[in-house]
Design a protein around this ligand. Sequence first.
Ligand code: GRF
Length: 216
Amino acid sequence: MTGSASPLRIGVLASGEGTNLQALLDACDEGRINGHVVLMLTNNPRAGAIVRCKRADVPFAVVDHRAFSERTAFDAVLVEKLRAARIDLVVLAGFMRIISPVLINAFAQRIMNIHPSLLPAFPGKEPQRQALEHGVRFSGCTVHFVDTGVDTGPIILQAVVPVHETDDVETLKRRIQEEEHRIYPQAVQFFAQGRLVLNGRRVTILPEASSLPDSF
Ligand code: GRF
């Protein structure tokens, strides 16, 4: 079982615009997540995510990966900062670095990612372009726990969107992102409520405690 009853201490790793970070901040503010983003780490000094943190008064740090010759040394600094902030759950929100076992093992089964395709279809780079080139009629997004593979971890939630004949990468990306902003906060709240149970590569979502019979 994952998560706990006290407010979840969330650490976000982001490299870009930060619209998923924003969706999480809004959900925390509005009580849809029982928790707070207590730290945002970015590898990109120009990330839009920084502006969003400043606006919301969320602590952040820039750890520029170019200053490190080894991926593991970069990850070790992230782990140190996440541990110092007593992070319960690490949320990758457009973090454009592959993370190593140094980080994965430090937060085993406590790292989530969102990927803009219906995994296991179209992992890796440019999933929207892959979907268009393959000619699928539906695509979407996947929230999953992170394991040592690229976009291979146990699936928590998925959402489906149609692919239109007239779509290009941008229009498909925007349609998928609307769903990202809906299901990522939902997955984090399930974690915060301790409702995600991992069994092999399958994730079971337990019913809400209040909906359980007294004898449960
Ligand atoms: C999202 O499309 C997400 O699925 C992918 O990276 C993008 C990040 O966008 N992992 P944003 O920075 O949250 O706006």
